[in-house]
Every structure is written in C-alpha cells, then in structure tokens.
Design a protein around this ligand. Structure first.
Ligand code: PLP
Length: 410
C-alpha cells in the first residue's frame, strides 16, 4: 500500500500536538476516505427523500440508491439474496435483534447458550441476559495460555449440544483469529445455531460466507470498514430469518394493520422498522466500493505483512508483555500490551505524547479482562492505510517505555 492511499483520507494529513497523526485505534473505528464522505454529502444535497414510500422521482432515486447498497452487500459477503441482508445501527443492534427475535422464540430452560471468553460485550451480554430470562444454561468456552480458544473447552461445550454458539471472527483485544468454519461444521452436527460477530473480522481480510462453514447469522458495523457510524449489517440465512418474529414494530415493516392485529412485510423489511439511516447506508455502499477498488486480497496481504513486522519487534522488547499468541498466523494487526506496574492509561498517554493514538481500557471485554487479571490493556490496532514507518514509530516508543516508567516510578 502506498502514499496515494493515504491521500484518500484527509484526516491522516493532520497534525496532533505538533506531530503528524499516527492513528492506531482502528479497532475502535476506522477513518473514512473522502469518497465515503462525498457520497453522503451528495446524497443529502442531490437525492434526499424518504425511501420505499414515495411515487415521485426523487424518492424512487433515493430508494434505488439505498437498495443498490443491499445488492452490494450481497456480493461483498457472497450472500444468497437481498432478502438475507438487514440494515441495522451496527453490530450491537444486529446481535440484540438475533437474541431477542430468534432467542426469545427458540430458547427454553432446558437449553444451553455458548459464547467464548474473548467476546466483546456486544456478543456476550445479549446471550447472557437471554439465558437469564429463559433460565437456560450459559456456557463460556475458556482460552489457552496464549488466549486462543482451548480445544478441550470446545469439545466440552460441543458435548452439551448448545442451542446457540456466539463467536467472533477475531478478538478486538488480542487480535486472535478464531477457526469459525471448523467450529461451525462441528457445532452444526449437534444442531447448534451459529452467530458470528464480524465487527473486527470484516476489516481484516475477505469475509466470504462460503468460507465460514454452515453459520446462520453474521453481523458487522460499517464504521470499522471505512464507512459511517450508526449503520451495520445483519446477514441471516433466509430459512432462519423467515421463521423469526419482528424485532421492532412500526412503519416500513408492515403490510396491513387492523384494529386487533397486523401483518408483517416480507424479508428483509420485516426487520427494518422506521426510517432507516439512508445516508449512512449510502456511505456504507461507498465504503464497500472503496475497499473493493483497493482489493481485499491486497489489503489482507499488506496487513499480514504489518502483523508479522510488528509482532517480531514487539515480542523482543524487554519489560513489555504482549497479550495473545506470538504466531502471526493466529492474529490480525491488533496488539494489546502491558508493562508490569504501569497502568494502561499511563502507557497510552506516554504514546499520545509521542503523537501515537492508541486505546487504553477494557475494550468492552470485561470477561476477558477478568481472565487476564488486568483492569485494562493498551491496544494498538492497524489498518491498511497505516505505514511501516508508523509501526516503527510505535515500536521505538514502546522500546523506551519500560525504562521511562522505571525511572518515573523509582
Ligand atoms: N464486536 C466486536 C468484536 C467489536 O470490536 C465491536 C466494537 O468495537 C462490537 C462488537 C460492537 O460494534 P458496534 O459498537 O459498532 O455495534
């Protein structure tokens, strides 16, 4: 990847505290290329009207622009049809939709719901609360010492024949990638419905449904993929979605309302109550176009290079602890680090003073923090527009950090 790509992202040219911005908080949210912002502005300036309702030209244009993004998402994921693509506010809303609609009507007190220890709260709490409401058993697949899914734990939970398995493609804290295709094949054999959180996965590598095994649901947010905030996608297998009750009710998702009962619209509109974030969806379409122009394989190859480059250097820094596996094949370019006796926020501030924007905190992963015995970690996460020079900048700062804090704390 090269300088030309960085020019597509005006924000990457700005200075922070007199230093060029070195943005390494992409796991929280990515930056947007100008083309995405332009598409949103153009929609408001030239095509703005509500969708699915008007018979007039402008509304039809807005509807076409909106629905064309649904077709784009079908191609992007390799889904079977537009009926399988539901626009949501983001990953969180998509998973809540599944837990409420599918969960409420399919889970009972005799059932088991399984998640993993590395899930983001968005793919943990909706299942925990569903289990609580239904009196179902909630099982957590524990991790190995290098924070990958423990195969013995996978076997243990598989033997319980869970009704639902909720698993992420990769961890937002450690960057660990999960073998979703093989998990899906094995759990499907015992009748499990498989929900995949692709909030992070979507930004790192090709997310092709055909390569993920027999999963039933997948959710992602546009803002991790160079798109706008407030928009996401729920993909669901049509045979499953069609048997689910609506999540919310109101306008757009209805065909007939009588005094005592109502009839629901067909898929996917049954799950899209109210006026959607039309401009946001159009921005997502522009983001997908942008990513496809760069080439998903090319992006993945470049990110693999960054991962290997940073990993090799980070693990060699004395006094710095990298959380998660040391093998680049099991990781995306997300690195959580810790220095004994130093709070993650202090380390993040140390990096910020050197112009490097990283995140410190629990990363909405309390269950994992509990396992780590840490209140927080300091996380640097890369995207395809980050450079090897920025990686060097991070590594140099991290090399100086242990000594800096030793002197400071002496
Ligand atoms: N799942 C994972 C793995 C995430 O990293 C995030 C956000 O950081 C989410 C779910 C929630 O995404 P959103 O806040 O866009 O709904």
């Amino acid at each position: 990847m090269n300088e030309l790509i960085r020019r597509d992202f005006p924000i990457l040219g700005r200075m922070v505290e007199g230093k060029p911005l070195c943005y390494l908080d992409n796991a929280a949210t990515s930056q947007r290329p100008k083309k995405v912002v332009d598409a949103i502005v153009r929609y408001y300036l030239e095509t703005n009207a509500n969708v699915h309702r008007g018979v007039y030209k402008l509304s039809q244009e807005a509807t076409d622009a909106f629905e064309s993004v649904r077709s784009k998402v079908v191609r992007f994921l390799g889904a079977a049809s537009e009926r399988e693509i539901v626009f949501t506010k983001g990953t969180t809303e998509a998973i809540n939709l599944i837990a409420s609609s599918f969960g409420e009507s399919n889970v009972g007190a005799a059932d088991v719901i399984a998640v993993t220890r590395m899930e983001h709260h968005a793919n943990f709490v909706p299942w925990q609360q569903l289990a609580k409401r239904k009196g179902a058993r909630f099982e957590i697949i524990e991790l190995t010492s290098d924070l990958r899914l423990d195969p013995k734990e996978v076997d243990r939970v598989l033997a319980l024949k869970p009704k639902i398995l909720a698993v992420s493609l990769l961890s937002n804290v450690t960057g660990v990638t999960n073998p979703v295709a093989s998990l899906a094949s094995r759990f499907k054999m015992v009748g499990t419905t498989i929900v995949v959180d692709a909030a992070q996965g979507i930004a790192h590598g090709e997310v092709e449904l055909s390569r993920l095994g027999p999963i039933d649901f997948l959710a992602f947010s546009a803002h991790k993929l160079c798109g706008p905030t407030g928009v996401g996608v729920l993909w669901g297998r049509e045979s499953v979605l069609s048997r689910m009750p609506p999540y919310q009710v109101g306008g757009n998702m209805i065909t007939h309302v009588g005094d005592l009962d109502s009839e629901w619209n067909e898929l996917p509109h049954k799950f899209e109550a109210g006026t959607p974030d039309i401009a946001g969806v159009i921005g997502l379409g522009a983001a997908i176009d942008y990513i496809e122009t760069q080439g998903r394989t090319r992006i993945q190859e470049y990110e693999d290079r960054i991962t290997a480059y940073v990993l090799e250097r980070i693990v060699a820094i004395p006094g710095l602890r990298l959380l998660g596996p040391k093998d680049p094949h099991h990781r995306a370019p997300i690195f959580s680090v810790a220095i004994d006796g130093v709070h993650a926020h202090d380390l993040a501030t140390f990096l910020d003073m050197r112009g490097i924007s990283v995140r410190a905190g629990h990363h909405c992963a309390h269950p994992l923090m509990l396992r780590l015995g840490l209140p927080a970690t300091c996380r640097a996460s890369f995207s395809f527009y980050n450079t090897l020079e920025e990686a060097d900048q991070l590594i140099e700062a991290l090399m100086n950090a242990p000594q800096f804090f030793r002197r400071k704390n002496a």
